[in-house]
Design a protein around this ligand. Structure first.
Ligand SMILES: [Zn+2]
Length: 705
């Protein structure tokens, strides 16, 4: 009997093989004889998605024309996918050969939506593939012990049918929305003189809408004064605040209210409760992205890339694209065993206070990955870059806090009235056990209260305090990850960072400013949201309701085809609306600059593509706007016509293109006024970047000066 285990990526082979027995290499594959499965087991791996959906032009020649509104919406009768590239083809052929020769297949891709798709799209294309595969491994554990338990509890493939169908559906929806609405926007905006690239998506556009709305709120904010009544206990200067707080926006109203209150506060209740605060939850990707953005100003993509590296290449942290904040017993056991090593590597003097698994952190789950935690391989921090060290340190420390005690405090709330309905309140707190807060940056100040008794009459002073309304906080990248994405159910941990970086770097709809990574919409971003106003792309409630229905598909309570039909209907309505709809766009189009290309003579070959020729691009309707470029439109090679105040003549460009360096320049003046004669040249450095270079001898004389 021979069984093939198909994993999502090659890094899963090693722990899975070790879970089943002693791995051996045979003809480039890993094999194990498994007593549990009573078979010789061969491991093969995909490398994520091996297939991608065809583009519009592959379905229909007419769909090639991006400027034809009449053919929208484009809805393929049946979606087709093709192999992604040569590497994917090689992977597929290897998998196909193994599966064809095997008696049975166990699907062991990641236990999530896209994991189902990755496995099923391969199996469906291998004759007999689906029939041979009746059992599914759902494993989220990092240890051989945990993986073995998952192998002991294989589930029928049919049980995962709905999740797989939802994954395939999600990919088709992204295609339908993305392809069609990008064209709707592109065509209609071009007619109105806008030439920026249009991109639309069910997560991307709502995210942009949040950033634009926040920007509008800040721009239109007007500071306004307000008044509050404040009470102070005369005997001991203890203050009482109205609860719920009451703000008067008109001073006279505040004064009238103040005139009605008496100078005696009657204490209605004194309550003291002991509070236990648990250590913070373990990190999932989104929470770590929020934490790192706030603390160090890292982008979501930077954090994701770092964690991918720590996971894939160094194997010191768990699978990064996780939504979970809990782990399983097997992980808890090795984390506990390694506690001292983790603490030592972080140089943290910490003893284990709670050795038991608490249900808030440790659960038995079969869906998805564990929270972000270290693996049992303890890292050598000196081998890590600063960013890796910080992210790794944050994950390890958060994990260690799980073994710390609760923070315990007594909280006292004193409530009183002044004869009106309004309640006034004073609160105090007394920490009894700092617990985990001793190792984390958390405020733990005691606030002492004077002792009050129920029914006590307290002489008070009343005063009117003026405050000013505060401008709303600008959304930062960290806030998107820690608050807004979860709040509006937008995207998944696997996709969020990619969407944010596309909005910033690819579409240029959002700009990032400052170390806090504050988000500012560009004029294109503002226009984009105005353009889609009133559709499911910008209405967050509507977007959420679509997501809620999608959840029914995942649970198997709705046919994917029916959902797709409804989405196509909505899409068709949008296409029909926008045929004539002309939404108000707040920002006028930029004047469209046209350029004339003047090739250099004699001809100079482009140093980048080696196909085109270099020439000067001169703007026909803007003054002093010219630069060098390649005649091949898609090449994008360019050089300025001036660099640090020195004119780049066509002769210098010719020298750069042919030798990557110009002759030594007769005379160059530095910004400090120093004159260099025959000591400086332009070079095309790495990635053909224009830079200065100094003659080596010149540098030496400079030092001896
Ligand atoms: Zn070129």
């Amino acid at each position: 009997m021979s069984i093939v285990v198909l994993t999502e990526k090659s890094s899963q082979i090693d722990p899975y093989a070790k879970a089943l027995g002693t791995p051996k290499k045979k003809q480039g594959s890993v094999w194990v004889h498994s007593a549990l499965l009573n078979a010789d087991v061969q491991f093969v791996a995909a490398s994520g998605h091996l297939f991608k959906l065809d583009g519009p032009e592959d379905y229909n020649d007419a769909w090639r024309d991006r400027s034809n509104y009449e053919q929208l919406p484009m809805v393929p009768q049946k979606f087709k996918a093709r192999i992604k590239d040569a590497r994917a083809r090689a992977s597929f052929n290897r998998i196909k050969q193994a599966i064809t020769a095997a008696d049975e297949v166990i699907l062991a891709t990641d236990p999530d939506q896209q994991g189902e798709v990755i496995g099923r799209e391969i199996l469906q294309r291998i004759p007999g593939g689906m029939e041979k595969c009746q059992r599914r491994l759902l494993n989220s554990s990092l240890t051989a012990k945990g993986a073995l338990r998952s192998f002991e509890n294989l589930v029928p493939m049919a049980k995962q049918e709905h999740l797989g169908a939802a994954g395939f559906l999600q990919n088709r929806l992204n295609w339908l929305i993305g392809m069609n609405l990008s064209r709707v926007g592109g065509i209609q905006l071009k007619k109105r003189g806008y030439y920026f690239p249009v991109a639309a998506g069910t997560v991307k556009t709502p995210t942009l809408a949040l950033v634009v709305a926040n920007d509008q709120e800040i721009k239109h904010f007007k500071e306004a004064p307000y008044w509050q009544i404040e009470l102070t206990d005369q005997a001991n200067q203890q203050r009482f605040k109205a609860q719920p707080s009451r703000h008067f926006s008109i001073e006279d109203e505040a004064k009238q209210a103040l005139a009605q209150v008496t100078d005696t506060l009657t204490i209605k209740s004194v309550d003291q409760v002991e509070q236990h605060r648990l250590p913070p939850k373990l990190f999932n990707l989104t929470a770590l992205q929020g934490y790192a953005a706030k603390k160090w100003g890292y982008s979501g993509t930077e954090v994701l890339e770092t964690m991918e590296h720590l996971y894939k290449d160094l194997a010191i942290t768990s699978y990064p694209r996780t939504e979970s904040t809990v782990i399983e017993d097997a992980e808890f056991d090795y984390l506990k065993a390694n506690f001292n090593d983790y603490a030592a590597t972080l140089n943290l003097k910490m003893a284990m206070q709670v050795p038991d698994a608490r249900p808030e952190f440790v659960k038995t789950t079969t869906d998805g990955h564990p929270a972000l935690i270290p693996t049992d391989k303890v890292a050598d921090l000196s081998q890590l870059t600063e960013r890796e060290r910080r992210c790794y340190g944050a994950v390890v420390k958060r994990t260690l806090l799980m073994f710390a005690g609760d923070c315990v405090l007594d909280k006292t709330v004193v409530k009183g009235t002044l004869g009106t309905e309004q309640i006034y309140e004073a609160t105090g707190q007394q920490f009894k056990d700092l617990g985990w807060t001793e190792f984390d940056v958390v405020k733990t100040e005691n606030r002492e209260l004077p002792s009050y008794q129920q029914g006590q009459q307290v002489k008070i002073e009343t005063s009117l305090v003026e405050g000013k309304t505060k401008v709303p906080q600008r959304i930062t990248e960290g806030m998107l990850f820690s608050k807004l994405f979860p709040k509006y159910n937008l995207g998944t941990p696997a996709t969020r960072a990619g969407i944010v970086s596309e909005l910033i770097e690819k579409n240029h709809y959002i700009e990032v400013k400052g170390k806090r990574r504050e988000l500012y919409p560009t004029s294109e971003g503002i226009n984009m949201v105005a353009f889609w106003q009133g559709t499911l792309l910008t209405d967050l409630k509507l977007a959420k309701s679509w997501q809620d229905i999608f959840d029914k598909v995942i649970q198997g309570n709705m046919q994917p085809d029916r959902y797709q039909e409804q989405m196509v209907e909505a899409l068709t309505d949008i296409v029909a609306d926008y045929r004539t709809k002309k939404p108000d766009l707040p920002i006028a189009p930029k004047p469209h600059t046209s350029y004339e290309f003047k090739p250099l003579t004699p001809a100079v070959k482009c140093p980048k593509c080696h196909r085109g020729e270099l020439g000067l691009l001169v703007a026909t309707n803007a003054k002093n706007n010219q630069f060098y470029a390649c005649s091949q439109k898609k090449c994008h090679f360019s050089l300025p016509n001036k660099y640090s105040g020195i004119a780049l003549t066509s002769e210098l460009v010719r020298q750069l293109a042919t030798k990557k360096q110009t002759d030594w320049l007769p005379e160059v003046k530095s910004s400090q006024g120093k004159v260099y004669r025959n000591q400086v040249a332009f070079i095309l450095a790495e990635k053909l970047k224009l830079q200065w270079t100094f003659k080596q001898t010149a540098k030496k004389t400079e030092r001896t000066d």
